[in-house]
Structure formats: C-alpha cells, structure tokens
Design a binder for this molecule. Sequence first.
Ligand code: 5GP
Ligand code: MG
Length: 175
Amino acid sequence: MRLKTEPLLDAATIRARVAEMGERITADFAGKPLVLLTVLKGGMVFAADLMRHLDLDVELDFIGVRSYDGFHSQGRIEWTYKPDVDLQSRHVLLVEDILDTGRTSKAIIAWIEAQGAAEAALCVLLDKPSRRVVPVTPRYTGFTIENRFVVGYGLDYNARYRHLPDIYEFDDNPC
Ligand code: 5GP
Ligand code: MG
C-alpha cells in the first residue's frame, strides 16, 4: 500500500484553516474559560496547532477512546483515558481529528454532558458526512471530504503516518 504522491491537503492549507478556526473559536468563547478536550491520539497534532490560535483562558486535557481498527469502524467504544479536569459547569471544546460514522463523538459528548458540563462543542479537522450513521453535527469543521481513508497530521493507519505534515489518501483506496 502506497500513499498518493500529492497530498489531499497540504501543510500550508491546513495551517491557514486551523488559524481561521482558532480565530472563530476565540470570538465565540470570549470571556468563557475553555476546557480543550483532545481525543487521543489522532486529535493531538490538530489540537497542538489549534490551541496556539486561541486567545482564551484554556485548560488542556485529553480523552482516550478506541473505536477504529484499520480501515473499518468497529462500532464500539473502549475508554483508554479519562480526563483529570472536573467538567462540571465547564465550557468544553472536544477536538477530534475526523468525524466519520459519528459514533465516537456521540459517545464522548454524551459522557461530557453526563459530567454536568455547561456545554460540549465539537470541533473536527475533517468531516466525512457521507459516512454518518448517528446524527452528529460539529460546531467547527476544518474541511469536508469525500469517503476516503486519509492519514497524516495526526491520523494513522495501524499506528503509522501520524507524523506526516500533510494529509494523504492511499493510492489503492479500499473504501
Ligand atoms: P467514528 O466514530 O466517527 O466512526 O470514527 C471516528 C474515528 O475513526 C476517528 O477519530 C478516527 O480515529 C477514525 N477514522 C475515521 N475515518 C478515518 C480516516 O479516514 N482515517 C483515519 N486515519 N482514521 C479515521
Ligand atoms: Mg483515531
């Protein structure tokens, strides 16, 4: 399996969009201390870039779930890490790499709400709306993409490719 030679989204395009998203979020959450809850591991690179565009009182934490093994979503969620911060009455921004079937985000948002958060807003770098199984609408979306399996900029295929600065599709896409 090989990656396509040309990225689907190059680093400069991603950088510009992430900066715009940061400005939007800064304006929307003005005066509200924010908990930036990053979904491990895929959301890590996006969150690291995004938070440096937030001119807000930001507390960073992580949430870990396993829901995807290789190319096909398993449709089940396994918790691997729960945040330390108390989410009671907090404004939470859930930062995810990609929204696919919606199962992961839906489960995490339900959990955040059950902790008594004041709000749980979803922020995704990529959205594949054609793949949605459960209804979830992000408040912030970086890019809407076709039904393609992508890697890079945090996104992996069996734990590889997360370090790539650009986002790629595979040459022989099995989706
Ligand atoms: P969902 O629960 O929405 O089906 O799945 C979301 C998770 O599936 C994402 O956080 C991500 O880990 C994984 N995922 C979905 N689509 C892709 C993709 O195109 N590439 C990679 N690397 N992971 C994906
Ligand atoms: Mg993932």
